[in-house]
Write a protein that binds this ligand. Sequence first.
Ligand SMILES: *Cc1c(COP(=O)(O)O)cnc(C)c1O
Length: 399
Amino acid sequence: MKSFYVNEEGYYGDFGGAYIPEILYSNVESLRNNYQKILDDPEFQQEYHALLTDYVGRPTPLYLAGRLSQRYGCRIYLKREDLNHTGAHKINNTVGQILLARRMGKTRIIAETGAGQHGVATATVCALMNMECVVYMGRTDVERQKLNVQKMEMLGAQVVSVDSGNRTLKDATNEAIRDWCCHPADTHYIIGSTVGPHPYPDLVVRLQSIISKEIKKQLMGKEGRDYPDYLIACVGGGSNAGGAMYEYIDNPQVKIILAEAGGKGIHSGQSAATIHLGSVGIIHGAKTLLMQTPDGQIEEPYSISAGLDYPGIGPMHANMAKQGRSEVLAIDDDEALQAAMELTRLEGIIPALESAHALAVFKRKKFAPDQVVVLCLSGRGDKDMETYVNQKISNEKDQ
Ligand SMILES: *Cc1c(COP(=O)(O)O)cnc(C)c1O
């Protein structure tokens, strides 16, 4: 059986590696030499799990969604990452990375953020640990994500608005890397998804693997077996999906379905469906699939959901999709909006727009009545209320 985990050299098949400027070599190298040791240290584990329990609110429930199951004729469980502190799975990673940073003697944290969710999760743990925090964010995103900027500032972070390029995530990332080059000794860069140079994809997926460890235990209690027939998750960079499937990657009984953001349709020119549309290149320090022009310029992605609006994909997912281990569907804006409304009315849960892409899979795929399907509900929809409300108004106008 083939392993889809990272190899010694930091690759997943053809994807991954660490393509970084010379000046960061020693930082990334010291992270690479230390992360596994630190993560496996019982004292680290104890501290990390204590925070996950008492601060983040884990374990999150595995909820058998009765009315949704009835509608789609199978047994649907929702892994409720929306119930975490700060409203999504991202905090699992930032809690772990700040403990790691502290152990490596770092005193200053930097991060980049697009929608602001990772920025808020980072600013939160920096407040908790009394660490200096600088978050880079494109000016366009600063303007469209005001509430998250206000939260980060209230939490004590400095939000740096980036004016280069298209003033979005990719430009914020470049700026964060530039900062790290200037402060390699005291600064740790907290990357928010399973992207970036090795060892970040592996570090982040291990910290998110708590999701699948809990699913295993919870399913055993509810179904008498510790694995589902299907796992469904949305993918931006791939951290909630990676975390939810981590324990099952080498188990072929568990089929994996991923939802990436189709935007206005994969052929519309306004899409973020990287696995469908991307080609091999280097982004954010890793070799992976990315959306680029024929001469290698990164294309600006589009999705109604800010958290899926990323022009790359984590190398682990690029490899699993290429090898046929996962099936990837491109879900369009409209399908996601409809799925969000459906979950809200059937179960009384308003999902994040990102998670709604995963929910839309039920309209595309049929499952048998005895099949167990676990869907990672990555976050809650509070942050998306404006989009939901505006959509409802424009629908009513159309009718
Ligand atoms: C950031 C985010 C995502 C996408 O990131 P992944 O790393 O692919 O998980 C998905 N859902 C929510 C709620 C998010 O905030």
